[in-house]
Ligand binder design. Structure first.
Ligand code: NAD
Ligand code: USQ
Length: 403
């Protein structure tokens, strides 16, 4: 394996931190860029990570003390400080830049007008600043971006979702049939998911105009918290979001079980979603970095997920493992009550990914981590209260529906 110089934008976050450690452990030279905005949002919401995350200085010191190579850190707002980002790229001359630095919570992006405007400005500018800087420097740098499965939408009717592109046949005049491979039509379900759809157009343009090498990873919901590297020392522990805006469904169910809170299923729980464990996320990033597209090839899109599950099935699985109660609450989101989801992840399987699944003991590990830090949970932050429109109600518990 050839080692590379890698800049990780958003390297303090839930996916970025363990990815930075994994890549460093693999022998790559890693530089983290982060403006700590996610930690500021913790304060704004008054809902800290369930796990006690150390300061960046303490994290990096702990990494070196446990045998890791030095990781650089640069506090830059990628969305606001174009020149800071460009100068850093010029200085480091990375082979790869990973773009994790976006506001990633759908409920937060729907919270109010301020959060909508922030999410769009931050996410679009961060991604575009990166692309414009690489174009200005005329550098041959592989951009690896974390997109989302949510760009495809959730109105599945049995069609297997391909990896990014859809082959269409368009009838012309004189009975001609024209073939095109187009970006799969986007159908975002929140302002956050909309920004990921817009990112796709920017990638399409820069891959065409500047022959930039770009990989866009359409990732499912990430669950779990620890990886082999973050387990090395408590100061390396990864973030664990559980609150109604940032907590994602499976991790929320696992921590709810651990703190004695009923499992909050939105609506009928018929929503089917794609999932991936954080340990597989870091493996996928390494595989994507090792396999960049050729110059001029167009954007390489890979579906980064390992399994699909219906929300109510997950709730019952966690309830069986833990004895927790399941509660059906109002759905604060404007989303299909029931959907099927069939996704191709052939790209990563062909590259050698050996997926972990829910069955492999990791559910228990996440419950145990949650139990250890249960005293840090603020119960009042658990309900999902950000509503998509005035027609939705917050997801607060009113009655026990199932056990
Ligand atoms: P996170 O919020 O934990 O991490 C994002 C990091 O980026 C934070 O540390 C934040 O401070 C930083 N950041 C945000 N805006 C920035 C800016 N303008 N300049 C510098 N730093 C900035 O999110 P995450 O869960 O690690 O997600 C990372 C990426 O993966 C996101 O783009 C997200 O959309 C995508 N993703 C996440 C999931 C998931 O389940 N967590 C699933 C699919 C895709
Ligand atoms: N849900 C519940 N109960 C809860 C929380 C959520 O039933 O307590 C439901 C939601 O209504 C939704 C589903 O679970 O139907 C998934 O919600 P989520 O918060 O776990 O996931 P989502 O909002 O889609 O966002 C997360 C990440 C985002 C990423 C996305 C991948 O926050 O960054 O892009 O997963 S995907 O869902 O594949 O688009």
């Amino acid at each position: 394996m050839s080692t590379k110089k890698i800049i990780v934008l958003g390297g303090d976050g839930f996916c970025g931190w363990p990815t930075s450690l994994y890549l460093s452990a693999q022998g790559h030279e890693v530089h983290i860029v982060d403006n700590m905005s996610r930690r500021e949002i913790d304060q704004e919401l008054n809902a800290d990570s369930l796990t006690p995350i150390a300061s960046m200085d303490d994290r990096l010191a702990a990494w070196e003390e446990t045998g890791g190579e030095k990781i650089g850190f640069h506090n830059i707002d990628v969305a606001a400080d174009y020149h800071g980002l460009r100068d850093l790229i010029e200085d480091i001359q990375p082979d790869t830049v990973i773009q994790f630095a976006e506001q990633r919570a759908a409920p937060y992006s729907m919270k109010n007008e301020t959060a909508k405007v922030y999410t769009v400005n931050n996410n679009i500018s961060a991604t575009h600043n990166l692309l414009a800087a690489i174009a200005e420097l005329r550098a041959d740098i592989h951009v690896v971006h974390l997109g989302t499965m949510g760009v495809y939408g959730y109105d599945g009717d049995g069609l297997q979702i391909p990896e990014g592109y859809l082959r269409v046949y368009v009838p012309g005049e004189n009975r001609d049939i024209f073939q095109r491979d187009i970006l799969y039509p986007t159908n975002p379900g929140s302002v956050y998911h909309m920004t990921k759809s817009m990112d796709q157009l920017m990638f399409q343009f820069y891959a065409k105009n500047d022959h930039m090498r770009i990989t866009d990873l359409h990732q499912g919901i990430v669950w779990g918290t620890q990886t082999a590297e973050t387990r090395r020392d408590e100061r390396l522990i990864n973030r664990f979001d559980y609150d109604g805006d940032y907590g994602t469904v499976l991790n929320r169910f696992l921590m709810q079980a651990a703190v004695g809170h009923p499992l909050t299923v939105h609506g009928t729980g018929g929503q089917t979603r794609a999932f991936i464990h954080i340990q597989d996320t870091v493996q996928c990033l390494a595989l994507a970095i090792a396999n960049p597209p050729a110059k001029g090839e167009g954007v390489k899109i890979l579906n980064q997920m390992t399994e699909t599950h219906r929300v109510r099935d997950l709730a019952h699985l966690v309830a069986e493992a833990s004895g927790a109660k399941v509660e059906m609450v109002d759905n604060p989101r404007n989303e299909a009550a029931e959907n099927d989801l069939d996704v191709s992840n052939k790209g990563f399987i062909d590259l050698g990914l050996e997926p972990m699944t829910l069955k492999e003991g990791l559910l228990t590990e996440t419950i145990e981590v949650s139990q250890k830090y249960a005293h840090r949970c603020r119960m009042e932050m658990i309900p999902c209260v950000s509503t998509w429109t005035d027609n939705q109600k917050p997801g607060v518990i009113t009655q026990i529906a199932a056990e």
